[in-house]
Design a protein around this ligand. Structure first.
Ligand code: SF4
Length: 500
């Protein structure tokens, strides 16, 4: 079996993912999303800027070598020649090399035997020090798009250092990491080698068994995984507890100890045992959530805040606000507002769009004019992002502070209203999930905010206005979904007040 850096990275993120990559039915993977291509392009731009800044002179391993083994051989030839900086080299250690490798002299340099290993560090940099090549050796440099030197980056860097140590017959060198914007750091090899060893042992043990690791759906971890559709279908059929909001992997383990394995069993579990195990508040919260899902009924939260609050009361004019952004450029390019007039029963969409990144300041002024036109109207939005953006744009374009404060006092975050007041029978408290449950449907099904980021990029590079039309449609639907949610909340709470 070939253990690669990407397999190890997948294992670190999810053991099931690594297992499926090796033993799964590849036809069940989802097609690559546009967003992943965009990330790949961003990564290439980042690597290019690192090369320009720190390593302008390098030797690239020839792409004429098609197989990884050939590329690894070509990399070794460049190392033998003493090239200062090698770009896109590959490190290959085969099972045979490991068998003949004398671990007694290098006890720290062990890898599980019987496997081939492949690593693709971005750069290999020459440094003084004896190796099998002469009085020089190499250390690896890994370049990542993230802004922090995450544990998985350190693990990969240590893997490269380990392979490199075996190839050049030196102790593993300290690897370098470069994250965004251009932040360099070193990985402490003494600290990370034992961790690498432990994870590699675990990883090969999982891959050698034929037992598929259990599914556990986690939005953050699973959203970009090609196995998502496959895993989600399994989780759904099992009524898996990871589909209950609030059930984390640790809480899941605790629930298993109690014999609670499905949403239904959580809904009907003994409340006292549940509270004893995970605490009164949490036990109660998870059980209500499970009951809401099982009965497909929303439930008012105990001590909900908004039932009699004036905050949701219908006004003659209300604004519904949603933003589309391009995080890579730190740009908010679409400030979408739907103005609702409840007397005339009209809804008007104002898409304030920066067709070029330079127009962000212009749409900000247009936005201020629009919200001043309706200066008594509440501004409904979903999540913190809209408020944070108002602060950012206010600072950036030097809008007077009192004006921003007054504007923000009109904002009503419906996400906060929901999570403090109602338990919904949903798997996630995203706008999409809530509004879908309420029967609202986006005109373009299956599209996410990620896709808009890609469309805006495509608009900038092609000038094709159909990308802009798609973004506007999506943004308008986001505003209308927020309106739909608000209307539902008003009705829901009025029924509760009426019945109490
Ligand atoms: S979808 Fe989630 S659980 Fe399934 S393999 Fe991917 S990361 Fe793991």
């Amino acid at each position: 079996m070939l253990i690669t850096d990407t397999l190890l990275l997948d294992y670190k993120r999810c053991s099931r993912r690594a297992f499926l990559n090796i033993h799964g039915d590849l036809t069940k993977q989802e097609p690559k999303r546009d967003f992943l291509n965009k990330l790949r392009q961003e990564s290439q731009r980042h690597i290019a800027s690192v090369l320009d800044t720190y390593y302008p002179y390098y030797e690239k391993v020839s792409i004429l070598q098609t197989s990884s083994k050939e590329r690894a051989k070509a990399t070794e030839v460049l190392m033998q020649q003493g090239v200062d900086c090698i770009y896109q080299g590959q490190l290959w250690v085969d099972a045979h090399t490991l068998t003949s490798w004398d671990c007694s002299e290098n006890p720290e340099m062990t890898l599980p035997s019987g496997y081939d290993y492949l690593g693709k560090p971005h750069l290999l940099i020459k440094q003084p020090g004896l190796s099998k090549f002469g009085n020089w050796s190499y250390y690896p440099v890994s370049i990542h798009l993230g802004r922090k030197a995450k544990p998985e980056y350190r693990l990969m860097a240590t893997f490269y250092a380990q392979l490199l140590g075996i190839i050049q017959e030196t102790p593993p060198p300290n690897p370098e990491l470069i994250v965004r914007p251009l932040k360099q750091s070193w990985v402490d090899i003494g600290e990370w080698l034992p961790k690498l060893e432990f994870i590699l042992d675990e990883c090969v043990a999982v891959l050698e068994t034929r037992g598929e690791p259990e599914v556990f759906i986690s939005r953050q971890r699973c959203s970009l995984c090609p196995w998502y559709g496959h895993c989600y279908a399994i989780a759904k059929s099992q009524q898996h507890l990871s589909l209950v909001p609030g059930v984390t992997p640790n809480r899941y383990k605790s629930l298993q100890e109690l014999g609670v394995m499905t949403t239904e069993s959580l809904a009907t579990a003994n409340s006292d045992s549940l509270e004893e195990l995970i605490g009164t508040e949490l036990g109660n919260k998870l059980q209500l959530q499970a009951r809401s899902i099982v009965h497909n009924q929303p439930i008012p939260r105990p001590q909900h805040e908004y039932n009699s609050g004036e905050i949701l009361v219908n006004q003659t004019i209300e604004l519904y606000f949603d933003i589309e952004a391009e995080p890579e450029r730190n740009l908010d390019y679409l400030l979408g507002v739907v103005v609702v007039n409840r007397v005339n029963q009209t809804q008007t969409f104002y898409p304030l769009l920066a067709e070029t990144p330079q127009e962000e300041g212009v749409i900000w002024q247009q936005f201020l004019e629009l919200v001043h036109t309706y200066d008594q109207a509440p501004i409904f939005h979903f999540s913190d992002y809209e408020k944070d953006t108002i602060k950012r744009l206010g600072n950036l374009y030097q809008t007077p502070r009192f004006e921003i404060e007054h504007l923000l006092s009109r904002f009503v975050d419906l996400h906060r209203c929901v999570i403090t007041s109602v338990i919904f029978p949903v798997e996630s408290y995203s706008l999409k999930s809530l509004a879908n449950w309420l029967g609202f449907h986006w005109r373009d099904a299956g599209i996410s905010g990620d896709q808009c980021v890609c469309w805006y990029d495509q608009w900038l590079s092609t000038g094709d206005r159909s990308f802009l039309s798609s973004i506007l449609r999506y943004n308008e639907d986001d505003c209308l979904a927020t309106l739909h949610l608000k209307n539902w909340l008003v009705e829901f709470f009025s029924k509760i007040e009426f019945s109490s």
